[in-house]
Design a protein around this ligand. Structure first.
Ligand code: NSP
Length: 221
């Protein structure tokens, strides 16, 4: 039996994904050694990312001609607001991250580039590429959640972060997004499938860069 399209994508990015798993940001979250300052930096940049990621779902839905796909993608956006984004709002309160701080925080180059890449994938290569671009965001974090399942980080925030991606709602959403990606790949031309591969690989690259961005508290200088 031929491997699913998403299995081929994962095989093509295994070394990037492994580098994410091994990144000091992830390792130190688990051990508790990650300086809180770097975690705050990550949360502030990820607030921009998740906000745009949710808006991007709405744009995908508006682009989809198939009503079922549009409804499905809108439902994922709602799930994001109800779960992951809610958990983050709690972190913001606990870590005293105010709306003024959010407003005055510049978007770091990598967060900016990752979000631009999402929009560009859809605009240039179409629906399949737009969907493939969002998959690593769901799937890589699930894999990281799984690999840290037995971890008991001594820092409560870090453990709460890990728990988010081990939760049942997250597993269900990842499975649904992978099924949609395979469905779109089945219906795509070879050129469109190539667009989907490129989008997935680029997102996997940006996922890795995102840890590095937070770890070095990346700026524009
Ligand atoms: C950059 C990034 N990638 C993935 C996730 C997990 N949805 C996230 N919150 N932020």
């Amino acid at each position: 039996m031929m491997a699913e399209f998403t299995d081929q994508l994962q095989a093509a990015t295994s070394s990037l994904w492994q580098k994410s798993q091994d990144h000091p940001f992830v390792k130190e979250l688990a051990s508790g050694e990650l300086p809180l300052k770097k975690f705050r930096f990550y949360l502030l940049q990820d607030r921009y990312y998740l906000d745009e990621f949710t808006k991007f779902h709405q744009l995908i839905a508006a682009t989809a001609e198939d009503q079922q796909i549009a409804d499905f993608v809108r439902a994922r956006a709602q799930d994001l607001r109800d779960t992951e984004i809610k958990v983050r709002e709690q972190f913001f309160q606990e870590l005293a991250i105010t709306s003024e701080e959010v407003l005055k925080t510049p978007i770091a180059p990598t967060a900016y580039a990752y979000v631009n890449h999402l929009y560009q994938s859809l605009a240039r290569d179409g629906l399949g590429a737009g969907v493939a671009a969002i998959v690593p965001c769901y799937w890589l974090y699930q894999e990281i959640g799984k690999s840290l399942a037995d971890t008991d980080s001594p820092v409560t925030y870090y453990q709460e972060w890990i728990d988010t991606y081990e939760d049942d709602w997250y597993q269900v959403n990842v499975a649904k997004v992978l099924a949609l990606t395979n469905q779109l790949a089945d219906q795509a031309t070879e050129d469109e499938r190539q667009g989907m591969r490129d989008a997935f690989i680029r997102s996997s690259y940006y996922e890795l860069q995102f840890w590095q961005m937070a770890y070095e508290e990346e700026g524009w200088n």
